[in-house]
Design a protein. Structure first.
Length: 550
């Protein structure tokens, strides 16, 4: 008999144990919570030594309930905030997985004799779960408070989180309750499941910067659905790096800035699809976050990519040490600014608001005919049109790259970033042998062009920082120290200026290679689907989530 899969729609919030106590006693929740229950859950996760299940996108667990055991197979999701995951669940006799019970599920496609005999416990979760029920305005939502630990050989990690699971109603109802919780306690939107954290613990993985990953788009998706997938990928990338940025990890800060740029690029690329009454507010908040992180990142590149190499070449120059110390103090202030922003209520609200907008914003449900046509457009046609327009702009604006002033170079850099990120967003649509080769060439050229233009922009930023420090000498500096610092600043600026022509030349060559690259996408047929312009959008109305969870 085939086992039917159920789809979970849930939000996860990470909280501290003391904040859970505050929430439990808050009148807003004690008055609206129903059907209280409490139980201890002991769950063992199984995989092979080479983690075949994890790498194929599945979790297999056995959970002990009183005298019985429940075996659960879940497909994993890497989206942040709103999770949609297929789940197969069966009662079993013993403590070990019974793979005969899941042969009719998705896991059956990867079961082989070797795997059947290779499964073993990898990690365990033990926690107390308190479940409450919300029933308001047609919504039926479970709120589970989990408190306990994840256990692996010789290691453990605390569990302190809230899960909101939609049983009936709109996903927007989940966000309403989550926002009510954020108004009471400083909860943070969770982006990693217990199994993800368990695998990290079992592998003794240190907290490090998380790199960007390309969204998994496939032919047949609508443009609206594709934006949701892209947005989730960007949001996870951003949220995953928060703990490491707070710990002042240089690479994590860079990756978080990359995630922000990718998300803002996605909003721009899909602007005709996602235009609604919340779009500008979301963009404003993302710009604010970029500003909060920008100062520390500028000083990271200045200290580690500019000053440090020069100090190694000019060991006897006292002004370099003095300037380095000054900028190190400024960098510390920049990181404090970033830390305060990421630990503040505004960022927590920004993250939740953006996830909600990506998942269930009014753009996704408008019944206006033109809005629906943009949203339902096949992603293959949408991607072709967007890439064609973006590549044309880069080719045209970069045609005389050697002659451009700083401001046009800056505008070109923005277009190049947008074209590169769009190329990466749509990469899953072009996996054929010929398309893949042309795709890699175009992405490589754009990456090289972006890097050269980025370094040119850094030089302009660094020059402004140095002029500021020379113009505002410390009151405690002697005249001689001031001369040393001015000389060192001139040395650094001169070194940077000497790099400009080489960077321009590399940018010109990268652009020339890009301009010769063949399109890797299938061009729309003449008279085929065309994206309706945003300006023609009508007022529209908010309706049910049509096709949102197909």
């Amino acid at each position: 008999m085939t086992i039917a899969a159920q789809t979970e729609v849930e939000l996860k919030l990470w909280v501290s144990p003391e904040d859970i106590a505050t929430l439990r006693s808050h009148p807003q929740f004690t008055d609206s919570l129903h059907d209280h229950s409490r139980e201890m859950l002991d769950t063992v996760y199984f995989d092979s030594d080479d983690l075949v299940l994890r790498d194929r996108g599945y979790n297999l667990r056995v959970r002990h309930f009183g005298d019985g055991n429940i075996q659960t197979l879940k497909s994993t999701g890497r989206g942040v905030g709103l999770f949609e995951r297929s789940e197969w669940e069966q009662a079993i006799e013993g403590d070990e997985p019974d793979l005969s019970r899941v042969k009719d599920t998705a896991l059956g496609r990867i079961l082989v004799d070797d795997l059947c005999g290779a499964l073993k416990p990898v990690f365990e979760t033990r926690f107390e779960r308190t479940v409450f029920r919300f029933k308001t305005d047609g919504a039926d939502i479970l709120m589970a408070i989990d408190e306990g630990r994840i256990l692996a050989t010789g290691a453990s990690h605390p569990i302190s989180e809230i899960e909101l699971e939609l049983k009936h109603g709109s996903p927007a109802d989940l966000f309403k309750i989550a926002r009510d919780i954020l108004d009471i306690i400083p909860a943070r939107l969770g982006f990693k499941s217990k199994p993800e954290r368990g695998y990290e613990l079992a592998g003794n993985a240190a907290i490090t910067a998380e790199m960007a990953s390309d969204p998994e788009l496939t032919a047949g998706l609508s443009a609206g659905r594709a934006f949701t997938v892209v947005g989730r990928t960007c949001l996870r990338h951003m949220a995953a790096n928060v703990p490491s940025v707070i710990a002042r990890d240089v690479n994590a800060l860079h990756q978080m800035r990359v995630a922000l740029r990718r998300l803002r690029a996605a909003i721009s690329v899909f602007s005709a699809v996602v235009a609604d009454d919340r779009t500008e507010a979301i963009k404003t908040e993302l710009r604010w976050l970029a500003q909060q992180l920008g100062h520390a990142r500028d000083l990271d590149t200045l200290l580690f990519e500019v000053i440090k190499p020069l100090r190694q070449r000019h060991l006897a120059e006292p002004g370099l040490a003095s300037i380095s110390n000054s900028f190190a103090r400024k960098r510390l202030k920049g990181y404090r600014q970033a830390q305060q922003a990421l630990q503040g209520a505004r960022f927590r609200a920004l993250l939740l608001d953006t996830v909600e907008w990506v998942e269930v914003g009014s753009w996704s449900t408008s019944e206006d005919a033109l809005a629906r046509a943009r949203r339902d457009m096949p992603i293959e046609s949408f991607a072709s049109q967007q890439l064609l327009q973006l590549y044309k702009k880069v080719r045209r604006r970069g045609a005389r790259i050697s002659e451009l002033d700083p401001e046009p170079l800056h505008r070109l850099r923005i277009q190049v970033k947008k074209a590169r990120y769009a190329t990466e967003f749509f990469s899953g649509l072009y996996l054929g042998k010929k398309s893949a080769k042309s795709f890699e060439k175009a992405r490589s050229c754009l990456t090289q062009l972006q890097a050269s233009l980025g370094k040119l922009n850094d030089i302009a930023t660094h020059k402004a920082l140095f002029m500021e420090i020379v113009d505002h000498q410390s009151k405690t500096s002697t005249e001689q120290q001031g001369r040393h610092r001015a000389f060192a600043a001139g040395l650094i600026i001169g070194d940077q200026q000497a790099r400009i022509e080489g960077l321009r030349d590399r940018a010109r060559k990268a652009h020339s290679r890009f301009a010769r690259a063949r399109p890797f996408w299938k061009l729309p047929r003449r008279g085929g689907l065309t994206l309706p312009p945003v300006a023609e959008q009508g007022p529209g109305a908010t309706g049910w989530l049509r096709g949102r969870f197909e």
